[in-house]
Design a protein around this ligand. Structure first.
Ligand SMILES: [Zn+2]
Length: 409
């Protein structure tokens, strides 16, 4: 999509989709008078969350009411949960470029046997068996469950696996410590969902002896970037337009300078995303790569502005542990948590603030939260809950804070 088409699309969306129409009105922008794509503002997750079903395009409202749109939820890695809707055809379209590359680089087709991992949702049980895929519930990735999981994977004998780096690390450590064989047909592993550390990549390559590649995606827009065999994450330009902006929303034009990642979906028509702040940070390079692609390369910056959890003076853990708990709670409660914020007040004391939907009782969310904790030190800690019906602002220097360590502050 060229710059003019991009502008036309944005202008159309600003004139027709209520959430954008209202944003323009609030900011005193007349979509008809906009001249450049960049004249449209950057919109964040909190704003979309506030407007709920007004984020759906009028053309898709009937399908929405008939329950015909695909619905998925974002991960809570920004502290906010947004229900994302897709028209099925658009959704398939958003994956075309990714599939073409999987075929080109690794000879992986949709009919090749796949193993993937999913978050417990209270409906699907522990395994989902499809014609071409085996889904495994992440709850089984524990000392107790891993043997069953791995036997099942060996039986299925996948040709490829889709893994979050944290799941890959658990599988690798099981295979290495128990000296079990690898799935014979396995020839490709794709990472997504979390930032991929070098050591996890190396461990996975060494353990499974197959090709690996990293993919950066988000439920809002689908696939954003995919790693070529030369290690560069090329932007999926047929699916998404990527910009980098500073804290004030000004575009960063300098290559390699970190900023907020701003996305415009080129395929999601049911719930359009125009200049949307996804909550990740990174930079863009524009150079030709040995793979022959001249598409911009995206590099994600590690970590958001969240602190570490501290269990003692020496023991720390990533606050991502809480994202996993809340993701699970939300899967089990069909999205009862809209936003959350956690403060650590002592090594074993946490305050949890949750904005809930009005259909679910606070006690039920609280119960599920406590059930979903699997880290022993978090299990033994004490929790204080606060529930609200209103979305809230978190005061912090970073924009997307969901966890703050206040032991000494
Ligand atoms: Zn490349």
């Amino acid at each position: 999509m060229n710059k003019r088409q991009l502008f036309n699309r944005a202008q159309y969306i600003y004139k027709n989709v209520p959430v954008y129409y209202n944003l323009a009105k609030e900011l005193g922008i007349d979509p008809d008078k906009a001249k450049e794509f960049e004249d449209f503002p950057i919109v964040n997750k909190n704003y979309m969350l506030k407007w709920g079903s007004s984020c759906i395009s009028p053309e898709h409202t009937v399908e929405y009411l008939q329950g015909k749109l695909i619905s998925c939820r974002t991960s809570g890695s920004t502290g906010q949960y947004l229900e994302i809707l897709w028209d099925e055809t658009d959704y398939k379209k958003s994956l075309i470029e990714l599939w073409m590359k999987r075929v080109k680089y690794y000879n992986i087709y949709p009919h090749n046997r796949l193993t993937y991992f999913f978050t417990e949702n209270g409906q699907d049980g522990l395994f989902i068996s499809g014609e071409h895929e085996l889904g495994v519930c992440k709850n089984l990735l524990t000392d107790k469950g891993i043997e069953t999981v791995y036997d099942k994977i060996l039986q299925w004998n996948p040709e490829w696996m889709l893994l979050q780096p944290s799941s890959a690390a658990i599988l690798c450590s099981y295979v290495n410590s128990h000296h079990v064989r690898k799935p014979e047909a396995l020839r490709y592993i794709e990472f997504s969902g979390e930032l991929l550390a070098d050591e996890v990549r190396r461990m996975t390559e060494d353990t499974f002896g197959c090709a690996v590649a990293d993919q950066y995606g988000a439920n809002e827009v689908g696939s954003i970037a995919y790693e070529c065999p030369y290690g560069n994450m090329h932007v999926m330009q047929s699916n998404v337009h990527v910009e980098i902006a500073d804290e004030n929303g000004n575009l960063i034009e300098t290559c390699g300078q970190d900023g907020r990642i701003i996305l415009t979906s080129l395929t999601n028509r049911a719930m359009p995303f125009v200049r949307y702040d996804i909550g990740d940070r990174g930079c863009i390079y524009k150079n030709t790569c040995q793979c022959g692609s001249n598409k911009p390369v995206i590099k994600l910056a590690s970590g958001r502005a969240n602190d570490y959890i501290e269990f003692s003076e020496e023991e720390r853990a990533g606050s991502y542990l809480f994202v996993r708990i809340l993701d699970k709670v939300n899967a089990l409660t069909q999205g009862a948590v809209r936003q959350y914020y956690i403060e650590q007040r002592d090594y074993d004391f946490f305050c949890i603030k949750i904005c809930r939907d009005d259909e679910t009782e606070p006690e039920y969310i609280q119960e599920k939260f406590l059930e979903c904790i699997d880290e022993p030190r978090l299990k033994n800690a004490e929790y204080q809950f606060e529930f609200t019906d209103e979305l809230f602002q978190v005061q912090g220097n970073g924009k997307y804070i969901y966890f703050k360590n206040r032991i000494r502050k």
